[in-house]
Design a binder for this molecule. Structure first.
Ligand SMILES: *Cc1c(COP(=O)(O)O)cnc(C)c1O
Length: 232
């Protein structure tokens, strides 16, 4: 039977091979372990295997896990990667280290106001609807410059980069296109606005290689580590 530690070992091998194919150093890509729907004990196992960054989609589930794993708090970075409503910004600003799913200025302003003074700035990515799917959250590329400029000016946030969840595609070449588009968008926005965004949060279990080839700096992987999720 596959274990979490065994899956992680294989996954790091996959990441290293993709980096080699892309002529990139292995350290240029960070793994975010997506633990949504899996219990705190699964996070403990991955942590024991050396993982330090964990991503949650649902605010309440994330808060419960952060509380359950309070003894590991100083050695874990918690990332919120799912949708965030304005009535949940305070608890998120208090409990998480990163938010990848910022797509409205109002949410960013609340996070900045509500970030406790004793904590480091909240690290944020702006979510871009890179495939233009009607059902998906995220801003359009047109909306990016204004939002990036405004978020970069908020005192308790640090604008780190862009996040996307591209429309699924089977063909590895087709998978690369949205990732390339996101990478170009970040480079262009940095140039235009004089920003130093350094994080491209893209690539999941099924399209990690394509994302790394196009410059992903942080891949978000769940099922390749923990097994398939029961659909919620
Ligand atoms: C669930 C999820 C992932 C991980 O997906 P897997 O296919 O399980 O690797 C990554 N990013 C986001 C935003 C997710 O919701």
């Amino acid at each position: 039977m596959a274990t979490i530690a065994g899956n992680l070992y294989q996954l790091h091998h996959r990441m290293a091979e993709a980096c080699e194919a892309a002529s990139r150093p292995v350290q240029s890509v960070t793994l975010l372990v997506v633990s949504k729907t899996f219990p705190g004990d699964a996070v403990r196992e991955a942590h024991a295997a050396g993982e330090r960054r964990f991503g949650e989609n649902y605010v309440q589930e994330g808060l419960d896990k952060i509380a359950e794993l309070a003894d590991l708090r100083s050695s874990i970075e918690w990332h919120l990667i799912g949708p965030l409503q304005s009535n949940k910004t305070r608890v998120v600003a208090e409990a998480f280290d990163w938010v990848h799913s910022v797509d409205r200025l109002k949410i960013a302003e609340r996070l900045s106001e509500q970030r406790p003074a004793g904590l480091a700035p909240l690290q944020v990515c702006l979510q871009v609807n890179i495939s233009g799917e009607a059902s998906k959250s995220g801003i359009t590329p047109d909306e990016l410059p204004a939002l990036a400029r405004a978020v970069a000016a908020l005192p308790a946030l640090r604008l780190r980069g862009l996040m996307a969840i591209p429309e699924p595609a089977e063909d590895p070449e087709a998978q690369r296109l949205p990732h390339r588009a996101l990478a170009e968008l970040m480079a262009e926005t940095n140039r235009q606005l004089g920003l130093q965004m350094d994080t491209l949060s893209m690539g999941m279990s099924a399209d990690m290689e394509a994302a790394i080839l196009e410059g992903a700096t942080l891949v978000r992987v769940g099922s390749a580590i923990f097994g398939s999720r029961v659909k919620l």
